[in-house]
Design a protein around this ligand. Structure first.
Ligand code: UD1
Length: 420
């Protein structure tokens, strides 16, 4: 298993480009199953999760054509199977996103039930009950969700008990080809949901309200092909900005979208960063100063994203003062805390809150990544450590960050991959 070796103590400086958003790219790839025409998806990030989704397409009998820029052309008319096997679903929970498209387009789908993961039990009951409300016959047998519908799905009025991102996406995709109108209330407002909706509209879907908490979809007879470029990754953007702030650095991130990062940029300003923005870039400058600790609470968009709390915990570890971070979206998302304490941090967990008392610097240590965003936070912890840190199990980070060590090297970090 590859490891990352980090020699800490360098302030990040320089410019990098941000990749396409993983969490938009995955549902958009699944959406290509909704038409027999060719859909060209551009600005895909180079990530394991994207490769897994393309592999899943292959299992269904679809043969994506990939060019050298990793633009993918998908024509799903060659589809032969309707089954997402456990071997793929267990490595990527977002495989559940093929359930809605397969069911609405082909009347059948079998998707392995995603298990729990490091950050909590993560059930998919809301995906299932919404599709049942649309007329699907669904059973869960032998670890598989088996779904079918006679004729077409029927539009329905769906109230989501909890805000769920992939749940909203699955139902929205299913509703595009259903009979009549579907209304999703308490829908996720995440920019990635809007990006998927915009792609579906480019394919001929009738959707309104995306970005708000009520989405209305009028089913159409069929969708058609299109070319669509995935939006920039806001979590990747935020992660590099936090890393720069923690290391007292100055960086510019390009090909990104400041308008969808307001809650994160405001916390960085509270931490003492000077932030400048343009239409598609963000510049952060700490003027060499140590960050101030910040307090925050995660919640669905537009509030502070759960995918960025671990990185802010790393920043608080070396900040002036104390900050508390409360996680309200997932039940068990503090796996990084123990590793950071082993690096000399002063963090205590009280229920779903961590309280961090900042120290001047951390001390490098061998640490283990447990999930995608926790891995990013341990890399930031390594960057603000006095000596050497090795981060093990970095397959987690390769799922969601494109060429992370190369981008950090461009910013001056002393980091390298040690192949196993
Ligand atoms: C998506 C993101 C993930 C992000 C998360 C929250 C993708 C591919 N992943 O994950 O990076 O951390 O949103 O912003 O887009 N829940 C249920 N029943 C369900 C569905 C969800 O109880 O049927 C619960 C979950 O356990 C969790 C909460 O709802 O506590 C939110 O989860 P959800 O928004 O569904 O997360 P994902 O879509 O899996």
């Amino acid at each position: 298993m590859d490891k990352l070796l980090i020699q800490g103590g360098v302030s990040l400086k320089g410019e990098i480009r941000i990749a396409g958003a993983k969490n938009s790219a995955l549902p958009i790839l699944a959406a290509t199953l909704l038409t027999h025409d060719t859909v060209k998806v551009c600005n895909l990030p180079h990530l394991y999760d994207i490769t897994t989704m393309i592999e899943l397409m292959g299992c269904l009998g679809v043969e994506p054509i990939i060019d050298e820029k990793l633009n993918v052309e998908i024509n799903s008319s060659s589809i032969k199977h309707f089954n997402a096997p456990y071997e793929l679903v267990k490595t990527m929970r977002a495989s559940i996103l093929v359930l809605g498209p397969l069911l609405t387009r082909y009347g059948q789908a079998e998707v392995a039930l995603p298990g729990g993961c490091a950050i909590g039990s993560r059930p998919v009951n809301l995906h299932i009950s919404a599709l049942q409300a649309m007329g699907a016959d669904i059973t869960v047998e032998n670890g598989y969700i088996k779904a079918s519908v006679k004729g077409k799905l029927k539009g329905a009025h769906i109230f989501m008990d909890l805000v769920t991102v992939t749940g909203t996406e699955n139902v929205m995709m299913a509703a595009t080809l259903a009979e009549g109108q579907t209304i999703i209330e308490n829908a996720a407002r995440e920019p990635e949901v809007v990006d998927l909706a915009n792609c579906l509209v480019a394919m001929g879907a009738d959707i309104s309200g995306q970005g708000g908490d009520t989405i209305v979809i009028n089913g159409v007879d069929e969708l058609h092909g299109c070319t669509y470029a995935v939006m920039p990754d806001r979590i990747e953007t935020g992660t590099y900005l936090i890393a720069a702030a923690a290391t007292r650095g100055r960086i510019k991130v390009k090909d990104t979208r400041p308008d969808i990062l307001e809650s994160v940029l405001s916390k960085l300003e509270q931490a003492g960063a000077e932030i400048k923005i343009g239409e598609n870039w963000i510049e952060l400058d700490m003027h060499g100063q140590r960050p101030r600790a910040v307090s925050l609470r995660t919640a669905p968009y537009p509030a502070f994203p759960t995918d960025m709390q671990a990185q802010f915990t790393a920043l608080n570890c070396v900040a002036k003062g104390s900050g508390s971070i409360t996680e309200t979206v997932f039940e068990n998302r503090f796996m990084h805390v123990h590793e950071m304490n082993r690096m000399g941090a002063s963090i205590r967990v009280e229920g779903n809150t961590v309280i961090v008392d900042g120290v001047e610097a951390l001390k490098g240590a061998p640490v283990m990544a447990t999930d995608l965003r926790a891995s990013a936070s341990l890399i930031i912890a390594g960057l603000v450590s006095e000596n050497e840190t090795t981060v093990d199990r970095i397959y987690h980070i390769d799922r969601g960050y494109e060429c992370i060590e190369e981008k950090l090297q461009l910013l001056g970090a002393k980091i390298r991959r040690i192949p196993s």
